[in-house]
Design a protein. Sequence first.
Length: 513
Amino acid sequence: MKMTRRSWVTSLVAGTMLLGTSLLAPATALAQEKALIVRFYDDPAGFDPANIFRIENENIAFNIFSGLTTYDGVTGELIPDLAESWETDDNITWTFHLRKGVQWQQGYGEFTAEDVIYSFNRILDPATASPYASELSGIESMEAPDPHTLVITLSAANGNFLHTVANYHQGQIVKREAIEAAGDQVRWKPVGTGPYYLESIDVNSQIVLKRHEDYYKGPAPIETLDFQIIKDDATAAIALRNGEIDLLMRQGREEQLQTLEAEGFKMNTVGNYAVSLKVLNLEDPILQDVRVRQAIAHAIDYPSITAAIAPSLQAPAYSILLPWMDVFSEAAPRYEYDPEKARALLAEAGYADGFTLKVLGTSAQGVSEQQQFEIDYLSQVGINMELELVDTPTYNQRRNAGDFMMAGRLLPAVNPDMILFSYLHPDNLAPGGLNGARYDNPELTSTLEAAQADADPQTRMELYAKVQEIAMTDLPYIPATASNVFWPGKQSVTGVNINYLAQVNFWDVDIED
């Protein structure tokens, strides 16, 4: 496959908010000094692509870094980024033709193929301890015939490799000199080639991004992105109404969404972008029994919960994948609400009198309405759901380490392989990867690897369907809900296109009169 060069046209609109005397060079004088104040909803956890997690942090990184490819903000399709074109004849050897003249932020010079090789090797290095290392484990060799050509050879065919090298997690390209200069502060000192760079951060209150004037597509319309940390959704909605905030990165309360929409705010949204899963630790002696896992799934009526508390924000989910993905299978087992069946399965497993299910959660979130419903539903079949609430950094550390009985996980992805390999492949067992369930089924593993490598569309579909059937039968993860994301904002804020990774490319965003 060969992609032709995409030409980018920068359309800069005259500004409405002057922050002072412009210091821009004449070539960028049209890009007026505008500032956008955005609500950031949790404690920042850093922006190093090797270890980044949580959607709010990924939104920052998405605008600082670039990948060889990226995702169109409107359609979600793969498009060129640092690679302006590429070709492969067999899905094994990939040749990327890189853009010339791309400049690093902070004066680190011109981007070259060696930067890509360093970035991918850094992810693969066990010393980095990246949970995304397995995403690149299929790379057999990387060569740079010249500074703007990169040849990657894989150990097996991978038709989804362009997703692997996209602007997301392991695909984000870093600069060796910047990484080395940052030392142990690397997560707080990101340097990329994207449209914005990190100017300052106060982990308790504010993150400030500034426009990268030498961005290869031209400077963004907005000069300053001021992310204000406001954890409470109601407080964030009030700040938007009062004009203190221009755009909310997420609004997670149904009643606030309804009120803001009625008041005329723009409801930027994307639906069904990711599945929220319950991760069941299969090393736990109780959860090792598949009947117990299936009983938990039958015990909770998620369609009724979503209808009761968040019909706009959530929808029922019945699979580890989403229906819009090209390999989604309708044939995989579903677990409808059936408390009688749940009780029968528990009795068969030797837990007729029930057991205590310890669930890891965050103190920042507290006990959510959904968890209150879950506690009630599970109690009706004899399961005592006990919450263990910890601060967000501890929660992330323990979840990534697999230190829990049950926890939640949301992994946005356009590439279905990212979800399937991340959650189901034994190479990704926690703490080395995102397989927090520590699930290892050799039949599923061999089927999944064959599906990724097969070039025949029909055979590929059949293999992916079998993977989903096995996974939903073994049930290391219980699909709870599919998430819809809303970024309410002022009508004057345009170009807020949320992709299926729940990310916004702020290069597209502008403020109109």
